[in-house]
Design a protein around this ligand. Structure first.
Ligand SMILES: Cc1cc2nc3c(=O)[nH]c(=O)nc-3n(C[C@H](O)[C@H](O)[C@H](O)COP(=O)(O)OP(=O)(O)OC[C@H]3O[C@@H](n4cnc5c(N)ncnc54)[C@H](O)[C@@H]3O)c2cc1C
Length: 470
């Protein structure tokens, strides 16, 4: 067991923890980053599977994600645009694929009007609530105690419109059924993209990708940090000086499988569902014990299918498809930069993912490819490479894409989610305001936490609020 001393110990080498470490080091403080896995990047992972480069985790960049865009510039990483020429395909309740262009699905007139009305309603709520402190909205409690599913049906009697609008947030973002989270949580999700209209515009939200893969953001930061990033070191215990005293001394003692770090502060840069994998001595206060039990990760299977060519383009199709009814709810052309092969990515979310995981692997593959073929034709049935990202099986993540509150949790606990506990600070995309659930939010939280700690270290204080809005 190695014993080291630093100003700040960071638990987790995902984009948030690495950004915090980078910023603190730039400001002249010493850091150590302890990472459970044998790689950095957390929920971003660019892997090679049977010769195909796949973005197993987070990958897209949208134009409002300026913290990520600035970091890409700083690290010298380029981006490229997602292929989007040609028609998209929509499969409605009748199960028939329909080609369309533009943003609006090819639905009946009444459904179209209802989708536009619901979008305007959500845009108004998003404008009022904002991403920073939606729990301060005058109707926060009312919006947080009704499920998004039921709230939509209180607004509209058009089932297809409710399902389509629900899909963007439920299957598309929080990866939980729309009955499992509140309307306020849906408003927060949309607010972090600026508006609901932005969130549903795939040309906005899925605009660019990183040449070389999103994981290279973390890899470059880790390379700059050098030996201060310690891999294969899951943190088991965090000793701190609790309200009644403790054996963390003035700061913290953080014990991992390989290294013990004594530091003045700790940043826990892991998703909230993993906070309790660490034993805190003394235990965290009651409020944290309760709050952390109300934040959970969603479930989605990200499916990758690689073909000899992007055959759909010859047919005038963009590779984009949506269906609230199908097993695969959305598909996109995900071909790599300067790669002649065609890659499709599809998503199977929440209860549909449960059903798929009930099947043996070969049956699951057949069912999922058959669903993709409903959008793009039978050529989709025979990929050269097929791969399912299964983050829920990963011990150090346990779901995808990120955490959200259960019904009523956001207005009840949200204001405390970023509040430090003595020398312990929290930093991850799951508690971000702008960029919530995204790499951009992870970076914003890393910078925000580093700034608060820089101030605290400069003043010699043990605790500081990590920013406004709590
Ligand atoms: C399938 C998928 C698709 C996604 N798509 C996108 C996308 O297109 N665009 C986008 O912006 N975002 C996307 N995301 C979300 C994005 O990847 C995450 O928001 C981001 O990676 C969060 O960064 P983080 O640093 O907060 O947490 P993480 O990336 O989860 O990093 C946390 C780190 O902590 C480590 N850790 C956990 N417990 C311990 C412990 N006890 N001791 C030591 N280390 C520990 C973990 O191993 C991990 O490395 C996607 C995510 C997934 C899974």
């Amino acid at each position: 067991m190695e014993h080291i001393e630093r100003d700040v110990v960071i638990i987790g080498a995902g984009p948030s923890g690495l950004t915090a470490a980078r910023e603190l080091k730039k400001a002249g403080h010493s850091v150590a980053v302890l990472e459970a896995r044998d790689r950095v990047g957390g929920r971003t992972h660019t892997d090679v599977v049977e010769g195909a480069v796949l973005e197993v985790g987070g990958q897209w960049v949208s134009p409002d994600q300026t913290a990520l865009i600035d970091l890409l510039d700083e690290l010298g990483l380029d981006t490229f645009s997602r292929y989007r020429e040609g028609d998209s395909v929509y499969i409605g309740p009748d199960g028939k694929p329909v080609r369309y262009t533009g943003e609006m699905f090819p639905v009946g007139e009444h459904t179209r009007q209802e989708m536009e009305r619901l979008t305007a309603l959500l845009d108004r709520l998003v404008g009022e609530a904002g991403p920073e402190a939606p729990w301060n909205h005058p109707d926060a409690r009312a919006l947080d105690t009704v499920s998004f599913h039921h709230w939509l049906r209180q607004q509209s009697d058009d089932e297809e419109a409710c399902n389509n609008i629900g899909l963007f947030i439920a299957g598309g973002m929080l990866t939980k059924p729309a009955h499992a989270f509140s309307a306020l949580q849906a408003v927060l999700m949309a607010a972090t993209a600026g508006s609901f209209s932005n969130l549903v515009d795939e040309d906005f939200i899925l605009d660019k990708r990183v040449v070389g893969g999103m994981q290279s953001v973390s890899e470059r930061m880790a390379a700059d940090l050098g030996e201060d990033v310690i891999l294969s070191s899951p943190v088991r215990t965090l000793r701190w000086n609790g309200p009644d005293g403790g054996d963390g001394g003035d700061g913290v003692i953080v014990v991992s499988d390989t290294t013990t770090v004594r530091a003045r502060y700790a940043i826990v840069a892991v998703p909230p569902n993993l906070y309790s994998r660490i034993s805190y001595v003394p235990p965290l206060p009651r409020r944290q014990h309760q709050m952390h039990q109300h934040q959970s990760l969603g479930l989605v299977i990200k499916v990758h299918a690689v073909y000899a060519t992007p055959f759909w383009r010859e047919d005038g199709l963009s590779g984009t498809g949506f269906s609230a009814e199908s097993i695969v709810q959305e598909i996109y052309d995900n071909s790599n930069h300067e790669d002649p092969r065609g890659t499709l990515v599809g998503f199977v979310s929440d209860e549909k993912a449960d059903a798929m995981f009930e099947l043996p692997a070969h049956e699951r593959r057949e069912t999922i490819l058959a669903s993709i073929a409903e959008f793009l034709g039978p050529q989709a049935l025979e990929p050269e490479v097929y791969y399912e990202s299964d983050w829920a099986s990963e011990e150090w993540t346990r779901g995808a894409y990120a955490a959200s509150y259960d019904l009523g949790g956001l207005h009840r606990y949200g204001r405390d989610q970023r509040t430090p506990v003595g020398p312990i600070f929290w930093s991850c995309s799951d508690i971000a305001a702008e960029g919530y659930q995204h790499v951009d939010g992870a970076i914003r939280m890393g910078k925000r936490t580093a700034a608060a700690l820089h101030e605290a270290l400069a003043e010699g204080l043990q605790s500081a609020a990590p920013g406004k809005g709590n």
